[in-house]
Structures are given as C-alpha cells and as structure tokens.
Design a protein around this ligand. Sequence first.
Ligand code: SF4
Length: 193
Amino acid sequence: MPIETVIRECTACELCCHADLRLMGMGAIPAPIMVISEAPSGKDLMRRRLFSDPFGQYLLKNLVAAGYKQNDVYLTTLLKCPIKADQSMPATGVMTCLSFLHEQIRQVKPKVIITLGSTVFSSLVTAKKKAKLTTIHGDTFVMNGINIVPTYHPSFVVTSDKDLRKKEFYKDLWRVHEMVFGVVGLHKKWPLK
Ligand code: SF4
C-alpha cells in the first residue's frame, strides 16, 4: 500500500485527525536535502500547506537566503497530525509516525537531513538523546549512511530574544547547502534584510 494511504488511514494515537487533513510534505522527490520539523500547525491544516504559519515562513525565508532552490529540498514533519502548543508528543504517535518517516526518507533519498528541534533529532539519532541542541546544532551525525545535521526549531529561534540563535540557525542551513553543493558563498550575508 502507498505510504500516503497508510498515513491517511492511521488511527494509532490520540492526535488522530481527519484523513483528508494529513499533510505528507512538500518539495522534490528525490531531493539531496530533507528538512524535518515536528508536526503540522493548525494554520497549516487550515491552508492545507505545511510551513504556512509564521514559524514555517521564517524557515522558508532562511532557506531561500541560504541558497536553496525548490528542487534541492523536501520538507516534512515527524508527526503527521497536528499537536497543540501545550500538548506533549504521545510516545505511540512518535513511534508510529517515525516508521512512516523512515519510509519517506527511503523515497526522498537525501544526502543530508536537517532536523528542526530536539525531538526530531533524538528520534532519529537515539544514541544522542541527551545531547543539548545549543551544543550540537550544526554538527554532523551519521544514520544508515545519511548525514543528519540538527538545528533549532524555528519557533525557538523566532521567539528567542538572542540574535545569536537566529544567526546560528541561518549558519546551520547554509553550511548544509555548502556541504551538499560544494559552492561556497551563494548565501546572503547575515543579518538578513
Ligand atoms: S499522529 Fe501519526 S500515529 Fe498519530 S494518528 Fe496521526 S498519523 Fe497516526
């Protein structure tokens, strides 16, 4: 059965939303870079488009500034149903959606995966579960031959009062772009206008 159908029919956890509202991802398949966030937002569901809320828009703006083109990247989320800001991720949901995500990774065949936020990173690189994102962001970890580069979730970056986090987030994105394409200096200079 196609993975899209399996995801639409899943009722494994309490986050279960209407089948038609599940958002798989957006971008090119295959793609050399995959970006994985936590879950769709309420706005994403209303608009039927991932990364359509202000945090998602911030990510997309930074990707463009860092030199990414449409065919360079596939963007998706770990959880396929939305989660409220005050809700914690259910273990069953993470486990089940993780198996869907692994299938998506097999289809996209990325050279590098950028994970946004600590939950997505620690779900993929379990050996580094306790690592602090402020310490390891931008580093490279290998899982089944694929490079994984963790960085912050855009909501953390946007709401942080430190410009440093915004700069680190942007730097992590353009570093991955340079890692994959090997062309130095295509990105805009910090701070972004
Ligand atoms: S969040 Fe994932 S595991 Fe939970 S119902 Fe939705 S698709 Fe299934």
